[in-house]
Ligand binder design. Sequence first.
Ligand code: 5AD
Ligand code: SF4
Length: 441
Amino acid sequence: MPPPTSPPKTYRVKSFGCQMNVYDGERMAELLGGQGIAPAPDGEDADLVVLNTCHIREKAAEKVYSDIGRLRRGDGTSPLIAVAGCVAQAEGKEIMRRAPAVSMVVGPQAYHRLPGMIAEAVEGRRAVDVDMPLETKFDALPARRKVGPSAFLTVQEGCDKFCTYCVVPYTRGAEVSRPFRDLVDEAKRLVAAGAREITLLGQNVNAWRDESNRGLEKLIEALAVIPGLARIRYTTSHPNDMTDGLIAAHRDVPQLMPFLHLPVQAGNDRVLKAMNRSHTAESYLRVIDRVRAVCPDIALSGDFIVGFPGETDAEFDDTVRLVEQVGYAQCFSFKYSPRPGTPAATMADQVPSATMAERLQRLQAALGASQLAFNQAAVGRRCTILVDRAGRDPGQWLGKSPWLQSVHFTGPAAIGDLLEVELTAAGPISLSAVPLEPVRS
Ligand code: 5AD
Ligand code: SF4
């Protein structure tokens, strides 16, 4: 049992993993700020550290224990430590048993209760809260204050799909959509706080439905009329939830950016079935055809897993073939990692690590070529860049194109500007541009 301590004056939130964790991390920071706890200055120890963990792949849990160990200070003391996120949800009690320095373990649906847990921790009491309470954390969190030009907004959480490799349905629970009104209000506050672009987040964002069964396109249409909001994106989508209405929004809503993150995971139907993906390679390609019919220049992105149990060389070849067919603009690709408690973890024929490494290399070569070709095809185009940070040299800026490419240019600009540029050269991960005249919006 840790000794009583004085209330924390400073905090640090370290988020790992997906954009939803980044969003949760920001909201935890706002919550702690609202309790009078200040962010620890860079390079200084914090009195309270929140490790906002990810459980989706690899040895995430082991990493948490080594991070906890690293928090021990030279004099042998540790800050107050809270473990949040999906490892907390999956391994709550185990963390308490193995890491005596941790005083709080809080799951992704319960972190609005952190202030109460901190008060307990200050008294020397340790607490685990991995409930998925009916009261929503979103109602209990403080309003958004200051954000960068590109902000995240979680609209939906959880997943009912149960892909056989994935922990999300267990760590984040069932699919829950936030109410329409709350989201429009939060979006307005984000814009008032400086956002020019909002990315709607959800594990299955395109499964979002409101109380009266309106789909994501209705939310997008409502956000599009918020003055000052120039760009809307959404991620991550499931192929089976790409409705005609949402696809049409890519034609009808100018603020909706021409970008779609649509994971396929594999290109072979036997593997997709074993993954419980509930789509085939062919049906996935048909979804893309429908999207391209209304938005021919859409940038496509995906997630891939190589070495799912039982995957043969020939089955893997189907994945490479699909990549060549689609022409992705960017992608994430991973070696399969058995997740405790998921059906795939106990399947026969786990693929040797060396085979996975080789397949990953081949896949990434194909994806790299696809990405370079996509970028090169954009050279000569004019487009708007949302400036999101300063470059290394004076006058150099970085921003994002509508297709989510990283673009750098030199010229007068400021973070948050929307600038008209011409794309002049392309590499595999970024493009250069020259500014044209400023856009008034
Ligand atoms: N092993 C490897 N990759 C995984 N993903 C999810 N679970 C696993 C796993 N067990 C990948 C999928 C998913 C992305 C967020 O992470 O590609 O789309
Ligand atoms: Fe995981 Fe599949 Fe749900 Fe995506 S759709 S979160 S991969 S279970």
